[in-house]
Ligand binder design. Sequence first.
Ligand code: HEC
Ligand code: HEC
Length: 272
Amino acid sequence: MMRRSYAWATLAVCAAALSAVGCTRMPGYPKHGPEVVRPDEVKDFATLYAQNCAACHGKNGTGGAALQLNNPAYLAIAGEVNLRTVTAKGVKGTLMPAFAQSAGGMLTDEQIDALAKGMLAAWARPAEFAAVTLPPYGDSTPGNAANGQKVFVEACARCHGADGTGAKAANGQSQPKGAAKDTILDHSALALVSNQSLRSLILAGRPDENVPDWRSYITGPNARALTSQDVNDMVAWLAAHREDQPSEPVQAGSGQASAQTTAKPAGMKEAQ
Ligand code: HEC
Ligand code: HEC
């Protein structure tokens, strides 16, 4: 009895709160506080990020459906120019929208600039990378999938299993800490991300999941950093798993379905 009435009370409070939010958004409702800022006049990074990016890249860049952006290794490798270009133009064939007005988006060049500079100011740690030789953000040298599979076994198997389907517990041992549970070779998931996105992920790792960056995947007596070519090769191996997918999304205007077997899958894009 009591419990139920508490539940109802909570719901009622929530509903009131929700409708209050709704009301303040209604046209003509008197606003309190400072003058309302027109959307294209917002210059503050935190606001721009929260309104435009957080839904996919996580609150404060912590990652979500899309890449973790508050990763200092990622920001060091990508740099301001790439951050600005991707934010402005988006990535064709993926869920990353173009934000610049010149590319059909809603943001001014000044706002794009505030985002690119703001990500670096808020989350980069340039001092940590000052003495580090960074791999290039993009690399258009073709990758060798067969070699990529070998490097994958060396660098990634402890968490993903040698075949990418997830590390399994061997001989009654417990699964390694932080190991991935799902396959990373799922056709439809791979079809949604570009090669550059796979490259960025491998280069920069995922601090939130304890995935290292390019310098420290390979540990032990043969420890070495991944080379740019290693990464290209692994991307080629991963990308090969999306190629036989029959129902991959077709880019607008890319012609007949028969083109799909030879054309690059929609999500693929050369490193820029
Ligand atoms: C420390 C463990 C660990 C290592 C080492 C590791 N990964 Fe992962 N990886 C993960 C986890 C955890 C996920 C998230 C999987 C999930 O959500 O089920 C992941 C996800 C991924 C994804 C899917 C995309 C995404 O963002 O979820 C890809 C692709 C991937 N890893 C590639 C690699 C490659 C290539 C290597 C080697 C260079 C590697 N990983 C090394 C733990 C690791
Ligand atoms: C609807 C979801 C969505 C929204 C909203 C979104 N992104 Fe993305 N973003 C993505 C996806 C998906 C990718 C990976 C694209 C690919 O496969 O290359 C991406 C990629 C990126 C990359 C490139 C990552 C790399 O590999 O180098 C940057 C930088 C980026 N987004 C910044 C932003 C910023 C800044 C905003 C807000 C202005 C934003 N994104 C909003 C989904 C989104």
